[in-house]
Design a binder for this molecule. Structure first.
Ligand SMILES: Cc1ncc(COP(=O)(O)O)c(C=O)c1O
Length: 359
């Protein structure tokens, strides 16, 4: 891998591996090259590592795909970008659109808690046009696909755009480079099913080129109330507190099914309670603050471990797809109660737990 000091984003690092038109510019915010951090406690005997995708420029893995998709859109002379989003795609599209000097039209589900506040703030800060759609993500995606089909001057930057997956497969390249080979298992949250498909492509390409000696088995973790790939049928009204993966009709379902079958993997449904347990554990025991949807990967790993699918000493990577700051309301709701005090040493020290109150 390129040295961190010289890192200039995934297109610079991997252009010859990406099916990007030769005349496409390199539009980058220096995305990628994210940390792979070993777990201290969460592995429970396994050699577990976390791929921290929240360290990307807009705080999620979407930046990998967006860099490539927007570079491609520029090469094609697109006049604006359009997407539907549960929040992270819109934040990323807005940032790369700003950098490219293109307008961005973002369709997100309206309604309380449909999109986490941090993601809305990002889209607005980058100056994008935000459209609150009276429907869920699946309906918004169907609408923007129709819009893009009727407007040749628009670039649709959802993961149905093949360049998005091209960019996102670089996450798998990095995992191989960071570990020296593919792990035995990769656990990843699944919503619209693009990212798991992209990772699989990346691992297969690296094995074919001899850079990896093996491919991992895959765990695709879906929220129990939004688990079409676990149950084999689309979900009309997906429900979960993990709004980023509240998706009932995954656009890349066919690719993800093929990937999980080839990888001898599993789709697993994790409950909201399990997602929150993993979310709190990551923050409080590992010092890693991700958003709830990302914690589904750890919840999926624990479930697979309990079921005996993953053996005690195997090497596992959980992809933590987005930064915890995306969803400040959830973090505050899950936090310990705050304490008020007068500005004196004694009053502040009184907030310590009893066993620490005396020196
Ligand atoms: C934080 C986060 N994790 C996971 C996902 C799921 O990725 P995909 O839709 O590619 O399955 C998303 C999608 O929006 C996301 O924002």
């Amino acid at each position: 891998m390129a040295q961190t000091a010289r890192w200039r984003g995934i297109i610079d690092a991997y252009r010859s591996y990406l099916s990007l038109p030769a005349d496409a510019p390199t539009l980058t915010l220096h995305e990628g090259n994210t940390p792979l951090v070993p777990a201290r406690h969460a592995g429970r005997g396994a050699d577990l590592h976390f791929k921290i995708e929240g360290a990307n420029p807009t705080g999620s893995f979407k930046d990998r795909g967006m860099a490539v998709a927007v570079s491609g859109a520029m090469a094609e002379g697109a006049r604006f970008l359009v997407c539907a989003s549960t929040g992270n795609t819109s934040a990323s599209a807005a940032a790369y659109a700003a950098r490219a000097g293109l307008p961005a039209l973002l369709a997100v589900p309206a309604g309380d808690g449909a999109v986490a506040q941090g993601k809305l703030a990002q889209a607005l800060a980058f100056g994008a046009r935000l459209v609150l759609v009276g429907g869920n993500f699946d309906q918004a995606l169907a609408a923007v696909r129709a819009l893009a089909a009727a407007r040749p001057d628009a670039a649709l930057v959802n993961s149905v755009n093949p360049l998005r997956l091209e960019g996102q497969k670089t996450g798998a390249y990095e995992v191989v480079e960071q570990l020296g080979d593919a792990p035995e298992w990769l656990c990843i949250p699944v919503g619209n099913a693009g990212n798991i498909s992209a990772y699989w492509r990346g691992f297969c390409e690296y094995r074919q080129s001899g850079r990896a000696g093996r491919v991992p088995r895959l765990i695709g973790a879906q929220a129990a109330g939004a688990a079409p790939l676990v149950h084999g049928r689309e979900v009309d009204e997906p429900k979960t507190l993990a709004s980023a993966i509240r998706i009932g009709r995954p656009a890349s379902a066919h690719l993800a099914r093929a990937a999980v079958a080839e990888a001898d993997g599993r789709f697993l449904a994790v409950s909201d309670a399990d997602i929150l347990e993993a979310y709190r554990f990551l923050a409080r025991r590992e010092g890693i603050f991700c958003e709830p949807a990302s914690a589904a990967s750890l919840a999926g790993f624990w479930q697979a471990q309990r079921a005996g699918l993953i053996a005690a000493d195997q090497r596992v990577v959980c992809v933590l797809t987005g930064n915890g700051l995306k969803d400040p309301e959830r973090a505050i709701a899950e936090g310990e109660p705050t304490v008020r005090a007068e500005p004196t040493a004694a009053a502040i020290a009184a907030a310590l737990p009893p066993e620490l109150r005396d020196a």
